[in-house]
Design a protein around this ligand. Structure first.
Ligand SMILES: *[C@@H]1O[C@H](CO)[C@@H](O)[C@H](O)[C@H]1NC(C)=O
Ligand SMILES: *[C@@H]1O[C@H](CO)[C@@H](O)[C@H](O)[C@H]1NC(C)=O
Length: 312
């Protein structure tokens, strides 16, 4: 609702942009707030056509608490991050949705505590859960000074970029240039706890809202960086399929690879030419971070309303 208020105010202030195509995209928890925002926008449009909404894109999104969170166990197991016996415990004794549910209620059971300790030990804090193949930013793992991070000139991906970005955004000259002011905080942070999340809201499913958007004629793309274990591709793929089935949408592009350059950029499937699923091969939770070129190809195709390239 806050986002909606902002957008309404913005389009009233800058009416020249009202006829421009509008897309909204986000990742992770955006699986909650983008479908909800889009639904409110459609509601406003019924009274006053304010938003020229042409589509939404959701990357590694939380759409259904149990499906998304419980995909983690199989992902860890199939990528060799946990043993067979721990996988068994993580699926039968205490699964991840149960643990998170207990955690947010301050009532973690002893069995869940035992299972999660074992999972954490085996997966190791030296593996980035947002991209299990990527190296970690060692200075972050050790929580050392966040002001010096090693420059890894030879590395293709700078795994310390988050620290560097935070430092950059906290520079006085950068803040001035962005006209950004610090209110109620001394430093800008990623996911600052000044945002008062209602944590239990994560348990409310939003894939049904995605379905209602598709039904209202809004194209939806759900994409997955396929190296992410936090919201793994398998859960998202299942949920997109479920939405398609519930809406009676047939497959219009069968599951196939797509290309970026001369290499496979990932896999895709499209339902009813309006609901799309795509993976980005080798990409993290924040896909463009580790696969910028493939992510750009996906983003461009999304904006142009085109299918992902079948050939190169
Ligand atoms: C996870 O655990 C809960 C509580 O024990 C159970 O109701 C649910 O069916 C489990 N889900 C999966 C996918 O195993
Ligand atoms: C989907 O496919 C089924 C089976 O081929 C067909 O009966 C149905 O009409 C199709 N639905 C649409 C919306 O095209």
């Amino acid at each position: 609702r806050d986002n909606l208020l902002f957008l309404q105010g913005w389009f009233h202030k800058f009416p020249q942009y009202r006829s421009t195509d509008l897309f909204i995209a986000g990742e992770s928890y955006a699986g909650h707030y983008i479908p909800q925002l889009a639904k409110l926008m459609i509601g406003i449009n019924k009274k006053e056509k304010l938003f020229n909404l042409k589509g939404i894109a959701l990357g590694n999104p939380v759409l259904d608490f149990a499906t998304d969170l419980n995909s983690r166990a199989e992902y860890f197991w199939s990528h060799g991050l946990i043993s067979d016996s721990t996988y068994k415990m993580f699926t039968s004794a205490c699964n991840y949705s149960r643990y998170v549910s207990e955690y947010y209620r301050d009532s973690v059971s002893s069995i869940c505590s035992i299972v999660m300790n074992q999972v954490s030990t085996e997966t190791s804090r030296f593996v980035d859960k947002y991209d299990v193949t990527l190296d970690v930013c060692v200075s972050t793992v050790f929580s050392q000074s966040k002001f010096t991070s090693p420059k890894q000139v030879s590395e293709r991906i700078d795994v310390c970029i988050e620290d560097e970005t935070v430092n950059y955004l906290n520079r006085k000259d950068v803040r001035r240039a962005l006209h950004a002011r610090l209110i109620g905080v001394r430093r800008w942070e990623v996911c600052s706890n000044i945002l008062d999340y209602e944590f239990l809201n994560i348990e409310i499913p939003t894939f049904n809202i995605v379905g209602s958007l598709v039904k209202a004629g809004i194209p939806v793309l759900v994409y997955s960086g396929d190296q992410d274990s936090v919201i793994p591709l398998t859960g998202s793929r299942t949920l997109v399929h479920r939405v398609a089935k519930e809406l009676g949408l047939n497959t219009t592009v069968p599951y196939r690879v797509w290309f970026a350059g001369k290499q496979v950029g990932g896999w895709t499937q499209v339902y009813g030419n309006i609901l799309s699923f795509a993976t980005i091969r080798g990409a993290s939770h924040e896909a463009p971070f580790s696969q910028p070129e493939r992510s750009l190809m996906l983003f461009k195709s999304f904006l142009e309303g085109k299918h992902l390239p079948e050939i190169f």
